[in-house]
Design a protein around this ligand. Structure first.
Ligand SMILES: C[S@@+](CC[C@H](N)C(=O)[O-])C[C@H]1O[C@@H](n2cnc3c(N)ncnc32)[C@H](O)[C@@H]1O
Length: 405
């Protein structure tokens, strides 16, 4: 049966690129609108939906487009800002104003090129952009700040900054043909004309799709999904989410350029601190801290401990630290599933899209292990099925775990 499972790019971020607001900025681990729509089919319009691992707010935006009230949690301040910006309505006046002011900025910013403009402290920035392109981008950024303020200053101008994020990634040497981001072999040189045209076309695309108003409501809030307390007494009818997978891929890797240019990140060490909060994070300090991390008093299912042990006793390089990594991942997810219960309505349905992984040939069956956590924590009607194959590696799949509270 497994050999017939397809990669289903329609269930991934790839299919979102042509879907209006969903396509504004890419995040490779985002899932497809179609998958969320399928999971939301037949849900009452009054149903309150939550995504405790918001990412680019795909769940919340789909839910709000269908008229639902949606809540979304994340610990990454850039993604919280982006999620709220993607899911709010913009008046016609605001869109006209942005279009006019952007054209003005593009006429005027060139005199700033070569001046003392702020540039982000990205490690090895020359791998991303040539020094001349950096001068153009920094001058444009300065002019945009003069006109619109910094990204968090004025919600009406969020769209300008989303367009700027897309400009910096499209003018960079980032390559996305692997599971995680890498670099092209050469760094392209761009002149002002190219940057102006690219920026204008991105702004236009974003303004066009922002015209479509959203009838539901969304709040993306900063909440650590391991420590959910309450939601102003609101109880949730449906949870649809895709948490991190235990595969050592850090979101910060792909998000860094956006986060530095928008000042959500200022120093390299902040990235490691942020990734330490992220479940499954491994960036910078997040990996070295695993050396001193210890399991606190929490009863984890035996199946999780057995999987961790097979990794630990394998003769792979760094096997013991990777065993701790996997243990912490499942411990954090267990904390999440435990604290989530406080905001769920009785009968709430949950759908978790997760991926398996392998460590030194040992399979980490994420869907089976999280299902065990759910069972121990009192969830019912737990089942899981394969949704799609992740890549050409035959043994990596995405699953949908469904359960009821
Ligand atoms: C797989 S991504 C979600 C992608 C999302 N479904 C989308 O379509 O964009 C997982 C998200 O979980 C967030 N996350 C990781 N640890 C978290 C935590 N402790 N609390 C809340 N969010 C967390 C990450 O920042 C990331 O945005």
């Amino acid at each position: 049966m497994i050999s017939t499972i397809q990669q289903r790019s329609d269930y991934t971020f790839k299919a979102n690129r042509s879907l209006g607001r969903h396509g504004w900025l890419r995040l490779t681990p985002a899932y497809g609108v179609k998958l969320v729509e399928k999971l939301l089919a037949n849900v009452d319009r009054e149903a309150i939906v939550i995504d405790p691992f918001s990412g680019t707010a795909t769940t919340a935006l789909v839910a709000a487009e269908l008229g639902h009230q949606a809540f979304s949690f994340d610990i990454n301040p850039f993604l919280i800002w982006l999620g709220n910006a993607k899911c709010r309505n913009y008046s016609e006046h605001c869109l006209i104003d942005i279009r006019k002011q952007v054209k003005q900025v593009l006429k005027e910013y060139k005199i700033l090129i070569g001046g003392d403009n702020w540039t982000p402290k990205i490690f090895h920035i020359e791998r991303w952009w040539s020094s001349d392109t950096i001068k153009i981008l920094s001058a444009l950024r300065t002019a945009l700040v003069n006109q619109f303020g910094e990204p968090e200053d004025n919600d009406d101008y969020n769209l300008v900054w989303i367009a700027f994020c897309r400009l910096i990634i499209e003018s960079s040497s980032a390559a996305f043909n692997h599971i995680s981001m890498s670099f092209k072999e050469t760094v392209d040189e761009h002149d002002c004309e190219y940057i102006d045209e690219l920026f204008l076309s991105i702004v236009e695309l974003i303004l066009m799709s922002a015209q479509q108003n959203i009838c539901g409501s969304v709040q993306v809030v900063k909440v650590d999904a391991r420590h959910i307390t309450e939601l102003d007494g609101i109880k949730i009818d449906k949870a649809i989410t895709s948490p991190p997978y235990p595969n050592r891929i850090s979101y910060i890797r792909e998000l860094r350029p956006y986060m530095y240019w928008t000042k959500f990140l200022n120093e390299a060490k902040e990235a490691g601190e942020l990734d330490w909060l992220a479940i499954g994070g491994t960036w910078g300090i997040a990996t070295s801290r695993l050396n001193s991390w210890q399991l606190e008093d929490e009863t984890l299912p035996d199946e999780i401990l057995a999987t961790v042990n097979t990794i630990k006793i394998s003769d792979g390089k760094n096997a013991s630290i990777l065993a701790v990594y996997v243990l912490k991942y499942f411990y954090d997810m267990h904390l999440h599933l435990s604290s989530l219960r406080s905001i769920l309505k009785d009968g709430c349905e949950l759908h978790y899209i997760v991926g398996n992984s392998t460590f030194f040939g040992n399979m980490v069956d994420t869907a089976a292990l999280l299902s065990e956590s759910m069972r121990v924590l009192g969830y019912s009607k737990i089942s899981y099925e394969i949704v799609r194959k992740r890549n050409c590696n035959k043994s990596l799949y995405e699953y949908c775990i469904s359960a009821t509270w």
